[in-house]
Design a protein around this ligand. Sequence first.
Ligand code: AMP
Length: 240
Amino acid sequence: MINLILFGKPGSGKGTQAEFIKKKYDLIHISTGDVFRYNISKQTDLGLLAKSYMEKGDLVPDNVTIQMLEAEVNKTPNAKGFIFDGFPRTTLQAEMLDEFLNSKNLSISMIIALEVDENILIDRLINRGKASGRADDQDRSKIQNRFEEYNKKTSTLINYYKSQNKFFEIEGIGEIDEISQRLFNVIDLIIRSHQMTDKNVVIDIGLASDLLSKCIKVYNYKNLDDFELFSGIITTTEFM
Ligand code: AMP
C-alpha cells in the first residue's frame, strides 16, 4: 500500500499531479481543499464553518480538518493507498494522521514536495482564479496570507518527515508531464526500496543503479544499506 503526501505551497501543482499519480498507481486522491469546497457548495455545516477561514486564506481549525480527513479515508476501506493533497498542513495534523494510520496498521510511505518560487506561484494562482472563479486565488493579499500560513505552520512539517526519512522534493517548474515523470521516478524508486529485502542488491536496479553510482562517487558512500541514501540522492537536484 502506498500512502503518499503531496506537499507544496498553494499553486505548486499538487492537484494536477495528484490526478496523474492516482491513475498510474490506482490510489484514492483526497484533497482537503476540494472536500471543503464541495461542502461549501452544498452549504453543509462543515462548509459554512470552513468558508469563513478559507475566504481569508486562513487554515481551517485542526480538529475540524482532521475529523473530515479521517471520514474521507474511512469511505474507501479497500483502497490500494491514498494521495493526501493539502493535508497535513500543521504538525498536529501530521501527528494525528500518523496515529490514525497506525491504528489501521498503515503508515505514510513518502512525502514529496513540489518546489516552486513564490513569484511564479502568484502568477499561476491569479490565472487559475480567473479560470475557476476561486475567490482565494484572485486576491493578492489572500494569496500572501496563504503563503504566510504555509511558512508559519506548514513548512515545519519538512523536518517532521525528514526525521522519519520520508521527505523528498522535486522541482515543480516545467512541462506538466516532465514534472509527472520526476514524481514517478521518485515514487518508483521508493516502492522498489521498500520491496528490497537484501539491501545489497540495491546497486543492481535500473534507475537507482545510475543514481547510486553517482552518489557513491560524489558522497563517497561505501555503505548501501540505508534509506537515507535515497533521501540524499533525491533531494539533491543534480541527481534528478
Ligand atoms: P487548497 O485547495 O489546498 O489550496 O486549500 C484551500 C483552503 O482550504 C486553504 O487555504 C485552507 O483554508 C483550507 N484547507 C485545506 N486543507 C487544509 C488543511 N489541511 N488544514 C486547514 N485548512 C485547510
